[in-house]
Design a protein around this ligand. Sequence first.
Ligand code: SF4
Length: 121
Amino acid sequence: MKNDALIRDICESYCSFYKPGKDENMACMGLLVLQKLLELRNGVPDSGSRDHLNPETAERLFNTLCAACPFAASDCDYAEWKRGRSENVPDRAFVPCGGFIFIGSCIDHGTLDHRELDHLI
Ligand code: SF4
């Protein structure tokens, strides 16, 4: 079950792909991981500033988080762009989803590491 506060704070606030009312039974891997973290830690890690992700962090997340995401195959402009398959790339495709940004920011901020993340994917 999705956590309403996570959807409000992460998806609605930071995700350019989020569409209210879209199939509520599907969630991106970013949100699924954050739900697990919320349960394990009784809260989500501090993400610090979410202004800029380290490119190495983003690349690694694309190869782990996105690789396991149900939206990656055909429902995510960012994944399409990263795979180089989009011809008419919309501006929003250059930015990953809110969960990806939040998780990447936690890694860059030192409150989450790739090893723990890999166990949650
Ligand atoms: S950016 Fe990655 S984790 Fe987020 S919706 Fe796209 S494929 Fe899924």
